[in-house]
Design a protein around this ligand. Sequence first.
Ligand SMILES: [Cu+2]
Length: 498
Amino acid sequence: MKNRRDFLRNTFGLGAGLAAAPRLFAAPPQASGESSGENMDMERMGHASQRSSRIVSVETPDVPALPWRMAGRAKEFHLIAEPVKQELVPGKIVNLWGYNGRAPGPTIQVNQGDRVRIIVDNHLPEPTSMHWHGFEIPVEMDGAPGSSQDPIPPGGRFVYEFTLHQAGTFFYHSHMAMQEMMGMIGAFIMHPKKAYDPPVDKDFAIILQEFAILPNNPIPNSMNMEFNWLTFNGKAGPATTPLIVRLNDRVRLRFINLGMDHHPIHVHGHTFVVTGTEGGRQPKITWGPKNTVLVGVAEASDVEFVANNPGDWMVHCHLPHHMMNQMSSVVGPMTRGSNGMPAGLGMEEGMGILREGHATSEDKGPSLCRGVGVGSTRDHTVGNGPLSTSKAKHSMGDMPGLQHEGLQMAAPEVAKDANSFPGFPQDAFMEGPAMAMDKMVDKPENYGLRPGWSGFMQGMMTFLRVLPPEMYDKVMALREQQKGRREPMPGMEHQHQQ
Ligand SMILES: [Cu+2]
């Protein structure tokens, strides 16, 4: 295949798979099984009896579904491991490695009991191997390089085939450690034969990833221990696409984590129960009330709740540093020095492990991106954050490539004597209307959000929008209108290895 377009055309051209897609997850209707022994969550289910007990397809915002076709008795999928260019937020295009043109790769959805065949082509410049995380399959199909199979060489192919008896939230990923940190993962949803009790109206998957990317360098440093780009499905706030649900929908969120950090994911305005892990469905007796779930490395967590509280609610990782973009140490008194900040000191300095000097000294303290710069020191010195609006505007004019359209400039609201307060500044120049870019991230799912909202969304952040029926219908209609017009993957280009 010459390029991605050919690949897509060929895949779509096979027809059978796509045509069958709407019915893929259809399960036989069943009584809306409200068994006894309900927990508090069940009691709140106002319209449970009207709810369909059918299995709904999983939405992975900002990530496409992987098409398939029937080949004999197997559902056949095709994954291409390859370098990709990806836009994390408007204007921030980085070089990742992923599958079929993006990272994370497309979401695979199958039914429990399916026979599946996955053709994996390696378009990377080095060997790779594909692991099916948690799958109970023959060892030859496990994708452990060197032990269960030879690595797939550059330009090579390996065909995986197995029957799936499990159900739950699973994922696929490269089993080469550094390739994982370049983005090589995708969701693999196995729908149960019989819909879970209680059934949900909306089902979403969110893949948590993190990257260490120096200023002025589009390539992640996979060796790093500190991360400055934190993503949901390959996007950082405010570029993440909100989860749209109707008031009183029962909702499932599936979080999948493959990185170096554990992420406490917090949902505002609702109380959920953890109904599943990377191992599958959890018994109801384990379902206690929560609003934050710690998703450990290599784990998945399914949470469920009734979206009974209308509004635009934040869903985010609660690690403070994971709610930032391009995270840099431009906070605190260290930013008040006069010599500018070196970009990315070494890892030790970044972590405050100093052999000489102290952490707030001119040359050691202030550093863009803590410890991201193994091997790079101070070749990209930048100025301190100016306090006056005019100076700020002037310095932004000097930044090549900065998109000014839609950037809403506004003076940060700081006290006249702000500089006399120990600790200032913290969020003054990081969150606020001056950081807003509502227009640059405009999309149907953002319709009706409070103006300036985007100035406060960074890193692993998105919205759960619990909408009354009229508003829900409006957003869905806008989304439908845009479907025809939208490029398959906005903001993404494809790199070809010919
Ligand atoms: Cu986090």
